[in-house]
Design a protein around this ligand. Structure first.
Ligand code: 13P
Ligand code: SF4
Length: 354
């Protein structure tokens, strides 16, 4: 739906008043009404870098979810303030791994006698606490656009990887891109004693996958792929690596949100694409590429927004920008020093990956 012209004008005026003091970052899954005010858009990897590259901005307004704002706070200087327009914009996947659960898991790995061989690799979609755990234990962060490089690095440091919190990104990267087998992967369930695994299973595994997933990408199925192929002959199926392994196997191409955009930019006129990722992005791409005669459709028949990404809407953005313009610092996301120190180590290892 078109944005309220009054709110658009208020956002524009507040942003103009703030000038170079504010820098607005917009994740690709944000609503159009928010994206129109983003100084840059990107996937979570690009946005982490973009935040770090803006030392002159006093306020970084992060239109995305909580873990992204935390990462921006970790990567920016202490006097820069990172602001999340709605504090309830979390991520259900990130919430699937808590600091206590991960500490308990490390005890299980220690008891099985393998902790010293294990390198943690944590997806960007995790809390600052989990990133700090990762840094402390010699591991790195990854995103959906560099998971393979992160895993290659990790297997140079140790024999096994604890991958958290997204089992699908971990499994898809290991099996699809790195020649491992499904048998090389075990699933650690934080709700079961010892993760539901025996010490022997842990010792035999190469990849210990945390049992987390994205509720948005988890909704795509092999049926969605088969249906769209039947409906649109010649369609290219392109999905995000947070989708289930069998969906990724059934697709033609797999990649991060940034990869998806680049693939469509490079696609020939007349080509047809079914995209398995969040709906705000897919709708925007469908509109954008229609004029180039590229047909872009959503992979599933049902609607599939990320509800927490959608919490950042124009009213929240207006409130945030107007508050900042009046000198009221609202909704600051600030990671405590000790957490920040170790989380930064893990993030910097990622940024240094070749
Ligand atoms: P990317 O932006 O890394 O593609 O990740 C998608 C996502 O789910 C972000 O929450
Ligand atoms: Fe989290 Fe999935 Fe939403 Fe991304 S799309 S913020 S992983 S719930």
């Amino acid at each position: 739906s078109p944005s309220d012209p009054d709110l658009v004008e208020r956002a524009r005026a507040a942003k103009e008043k703030l000038g170079s003091k504010v820098f607005v970052l917009g994740h690709h899954y944000q609503r159009d009404e928010v994206i129109q005010f983003a100084d840059v858009t990107g996937d979570s990897f690009k946005l982490a870098r973009d935040a770090a590259a803006r030392p002159e901005a006093e306020y970084i307004v992060f239109c995305g979810v909580h873990f992204m704002a935390e990462s921006a706070d970790i990567l920016t200087s202490d006097d820069q303030k990172v602001v999340l327009p709605d504090l309830a914009a979390g991520c259900s996947m990130a919430d699937m791994a808590t600091a206590e659960q991960v500490a308990e898991c490390w005890d299980v790995l220690t008891d099985a006698g393998i902790a010293e061989q294990v390198v943690p690799v944590s997806y960007m979609n995790s809390s600052a606490d989990i990133k700090a755990f990762t840094g402390k234990h010699g591991g790195t962060i990854c995103t959906s656009s560099n998971a393979q490089r992160a895993l290659e690095w990790a297997f140079e440091q140790g024999e096994k990887v604890l991958f958290l919190p997204d089992q699908h990104l971990g499994r898809n990267t290991a099996v699809r891109d790195m020649g491992m087998t499904l048998e090389d992967c075990v699933l650690y369930n934080p709700h079961k004693p010892n993760g539901g695994l025996t010490a022997e299973q842990l010792r035999d595994a190469k990849m210990i996958l945390w049992r987390g997933h994205c509720s948005v990408h988890g909704r795509f199925s092999v049926d969605s792929v088969n249906d769209v192929r039947a409906r649109i002959p010649g369609v290219n199926v392109l999905v995000h690596p947070e989708c289930k392994h069998e969906v990724v196997e059934a697709a033609d191409y797999v990649g991060s949100t940034e990869y998806i955009i680049k693939a469509l930019e490079a696609a020939p006129a007349g080509s047809k694409w079914a995209i398995g990722t969040e709906l705000n992005l897919v709708r925007r791409l469908a509109n954008r590429f229609a004029s180039e005669d590229k047909e872009v459709v959503f992979l599933d028949k049902t609607v599939c927004f990320c509800s927490t990404m959608n919490r950042i809407d124009l009213p929240h953005l207006v409130w945030t920008l107007e508050s900042l313009a009046q000198g009221n610092l609202v909704n600051r996301i600030e990671v405590d020093r000790e957490t920040e120190q170790f989380a930064k180590l893990a993030l910097e290892r990622m940024l240094a990956l070749p």
